[in-house]
Design a binder for this molecule. Structure first.
Ligand code: NDP
Length: 281
């Protein structure tokens, strides 16, 4: 049976460290770091993610503000709002919660956020810095996964990694961070031929797909590290992209859903807000 990672416990430890550094920043600058979140519309999942972010900020001593905008807002109006928040010196970290309503293209909105305030690390400039191996911010979920891997104390050098999913939010930045650790990385996607065989060759599997239970236990190399990013609502509960009951019998280490990667994602957002505040001080 695999070692099951306690993401909540690890997040708790890391949050304590952020809280100490936030208190030091606040004492030195006379104000806490500040995060502003823009929410367009009333998507239920987005509202729940935002509540979690607000709670985490409050506990860490970070000030937060939520700007709610109607789902009918135009792209120009939203860009004007982003522009005014970019100029607002009281705002350190700025994020526009995705997904946006269908009539709004997220790309120009994300690119309009000041790269110095881009705590989600979605801006092309920040992704470019990450690609070059000198990140200003690190995207929250891949960063959280690196914290999990570091907590295991495994030397990743030369090991084979398979990342299933090639999104800009998880899969691609994840692959970059693993390459930085000298892993040999294969990135798989919906058109990959024989995904089970690719996964079976991996010492580390990161599943960031959005398909409940896609990765089965008999796809895994015995002893592999399995990181499940998936957050899928199924049968009234939350399930991952890995079929946990079969995978836990084959893997060496596995993250559960919930309680694995998710808590680390919020923690790394706090870390990025602190970084932004230091940049803008
Ligand atoms: P996207 O939908 O942006 O990307 C999904 C990726 O999976 C795509 O690259 C897609 O391939 C690939 N894919 C889809 N179906 C298959 C398949 N059958 N076989 C192989 N690859 C497939 O999702 P995200 O990256 O944003 O999120 C992935 C999952 O992680 C979701 O469940 C999301 O909710 C969760 N998530 C969890 C977070 C957390 O904090 N725990 C944070 C962020 C996301 P293609 O490119 O070819 O379409």
């Amino acid at each position: 049976m695999a070692f099951v990672v306690d993401g909540k416990g690890l997040a708790g430890t890391l949050k304590k460290q952020v809280k100490i550094e936030v208190a030091e920043f606040t004492a030195a600058c006379g104000r806490p770091p500040q995060l502003t979140v823009v929410l367009v519309g009333d998507d239920a999942a987005s509202q729940s993610y935002i509540r979690a972010k607000e709670r985490a900020c409050q506990r860490a001593g970070i000030a937060s503000a939520l700007i709610r905008l109607p789902p009918t807002i135009t792209s120009q109006e939203l860009l004007a709002m982003v522009d005014s928040l970019n100029r607002d010196e009281s705002v350190d970290g700025l994020l526009v919660q995705l997904p946006l309503p269908e009539h709004l293209d997220a790309e120009p909105i994300v690119a309009a956020i000041s790269p110095l305030k881009d705590v989600d690390c979605f801006h092309p400039e920040n992704l470019g810095l990450l690609l070059r191996g000198c990140p200003r911010f690190v995207p929250c979920t891949p960063h959280g996964i690196m914290q999990i891997l570091d907590s295991l104390g495994t030397d990743l050098t030369g090991l084979d990694a398979v990342v299933v999913g090639r999104s800009l939010i998880v899969g691609r930045p994840m692959a970059m961070l693993l390459i930085e650790r000298n892993m040999t990385v294969t990135v798989c996607h919906s058109l990959t031929v024989d995904l089970p065989a690719k996964v079976r060759a991996a010492d580390l599997v990161v599943a960031a797909v959005g398909v409940p239970g896609l990765v089965k236990g008999d796809w895994l190399k015995p002893g592999a590290i399995v990181i499940d990013v998936g957050t899928n609502y199924k049968g009234g509960g939350l399930v991952g992209d890995v079929d946990f009951p079969s995978a836990v019998k084959v893997a060496g280490t596995i993250t559960p859903v919930p309680g694995g990667v998710g808590p680390l994602t919020v923690t790394q957002l706090l870390r990025n807000v602190l970084t932004a505040a230091r940049l803008l001080r």
